[in-house]
Design a binder for this molecule. Structure first.
Ligand SMILES: [Zn+2]
Length: 481
């Protein structure tokens, strides 16, 4: 119906009517965070990991399962990055969403383990799809890395002014694969956020599950990534062997309070017991027991009670189809909704970013700027935000990191419905972002006496910063103050 409606407007047989458009739009929540999320899967590969909790399926990227919606989509499209992106844009637009601002998430296990040529080609093909370049098969193995980077940079340049812009790009990888070289390459590819599989902060658990790295790898990766301006997302697992409810809660406290960690984003994945994992053998022998639904709900609620204002709990469960899970609370796929309902009944609020983002609600009368200062990896982090007086509704956030003699804006995000880039939105484009950036510039110059500020900017947002006096320098947008 929406397609018919759009055609009628295109042919000038009907006048545009927002009420009709909103009514016909499917699942409006998808675009409420201001941007559209698009996930693309890399091809199946031989994972370097041996984690006992991990499913082992043929022809599926490690740690993923057939039946997961994103995996099924990618499989049908033979993991072709161009077609995956193109299809998602088409589907979102045909269901009434504005897909012009794309937050691209590359998933599939350990990004850093793929060969460099594949990585550059993969990202370039995602840009090609957004740039509406006509599809053709494009082999990459006969080209040099230098040539491939040149092609990618051309595609990125094009994306600065095209219709579908990649405003954020994230990769997921293992913390022990993060080093200076990898960090630089990720920036060159255009990444703005890195998800690392932390799983646990306890070495005995990491060892028992054959994770292959210790907690120091996580600490080091967090430092390198944040110093380079990346937003850092942790994936942690509850209910791993040798852990228990108390230990899991302590881990969350450690993440939020210990300055060695302090992730910007957090994904909580309760260990899901699947038959193809090594853990299943332990379970059969009686050496492992999944938490019940009740235990899991209470644990996640306790974790939410500890979350600071500057962390966003992105997920609390993986998209694994229930029939694949042997037993336990991880089978409950609507865990988040159940938890939200209970929290509402108990009359308290999760302080995390996600739970406070302004969505379709009416805008508050009094909105003011808040500032939180904290230390992370021994550096100053300043979190600026526009919120209502009670701090229940979040309109816009900015993360500023000050390392010795360097100021780096790691994130600027305004919430609300995703609007076309030139259209004036209800919340977006009201100048919140601009006001936060100018405050960050002021803090940098006046409080820290630093005369230059960097922004890790998605390729599709470079133009926005240019208008604010920034220029591109070594893959960052910079401005002299
Ligand atoms: Zn929350």
């Amino acid at each position: 119906m929406l397609k018919v409606y759009h055609n009628l407007i295109k042919n000038k047989r009907l006048k545009e009517d927002r009420a009709i458009e909103n009514l016909l739009r499917v699942r409006p929540v998808r675009s409420l965070s201001g941007v559209i999320n698009v996930s693309v899967l890399t091809k199946p590969y031989t994972c370097p990991g041996t984690c006992t909790f991990c499913p082992k399926e043929e022809n599926i990227p490690k740690s993923y399962l057939s039946g997961e919606p994103a995996v099924e989509r990618a499989k049908r499209l033979k993991y072709d990055p161009y077609i995956q992106v193109k299809k998602r844009i088409d589907v979102l637009e045909s269901t009434g969403h504005n897909a012009e601002k794309i937050d691209l998430r590359v998933i599939g296990g350990t990004w850093s383990y793929y060969n460099t040529k594949y990585k550059i080609w993969f990202v370039k093909r995602c840009f090609d799809a957004c740039n509406e370049i006509e599809y053709k098969k494009e082999p990459y193995s006969n080209k040099t890395i230098k040539e491939l980077f040149k092609e990618l940079e051309k595609a990125q340049k094009l994306n600065e002014s095209t219709r579908y812009r990649i405003i954020g790009l994230s990769f997921e990888t293992r913390p022990d694969f993060i080093n200076e070289k990898e960090v630089f390459e990720m920036r060159r590819l255009g990444a703005t956020k890195i998800e690392i599989g932390v799983q646990s902060v306890y070495n005995n658990i990491l060892k028992k599950t054959k994770r292959g790295h210790d907690v120091n790898a996580t600490i080091k990766a967090t430092r390198l990534l944040k110093n380079a301006g990346f937003k850092v997302s942790y994936q942690i697992m509850l209910n791993l062997p040798l852990s228990n409810i108390e230990k899991d809660l302590n881990m969350a406290r450690e993440l939020f309070k210990n300055e060695k960690f302090k992730p910007d984003y957090l994904k909580i994945y309760p260990c899901a017991l699947v038959r193809s994992s090594e853990l299943y053998k332990d379970y059969k022998k009686g050496n492992y027991k999944p938490y019940t639904e009740r235990e899991l709900i209470d644990l996640i609620k306790s974790i939410k009670k500890e979350v600071p204002y500057y962390t966003r709990i992105e997920r609390i469960i993986r998209d694994i189809p229930a029939p694949l899970i042997v037993e336990g609370g991880a089978k409950t796929s609507n865990l988040r909704q159940i938890i939200d309902r209970e929290i509402q009944k108990e009359n308290w609020k999760c302080k995390c970013i996600r739970c406070r983002e302004i969505r379709a609600q009416k805008q508050d009368k009094d909105i003011k700027m808040f500032r939180e200062n904290y230390l992370a990896q021994s550096q100053n982090e300043i979190f600026l935000s526009f919120e209502d007086n009670k701090r229940n509704h979040l309109y816009s956030v900015l993360r500023l990191r000050i390392t010795p003699n360097m100021a780096m804006i790691r994130e600027v995000h305004t919430y609300g419905e995703s609007k076309k880039i030139k259209e004036k939105g209800e919340v977006q484009h009201k100048g919140f972002g601009k006001a936060l950036i100018s405050e960050a510039e002021k803090i940098t110059k006046q409080e820290f006496n630093i005369n230059k500020i960097y922004v890790i900017s998605g390729v599709g947002v470079r133009d926005y910063y240019r208008k604010l006096g920034y220029r591109l320098e070594n893959y960052y947008m910079v401005k002299d103050l």
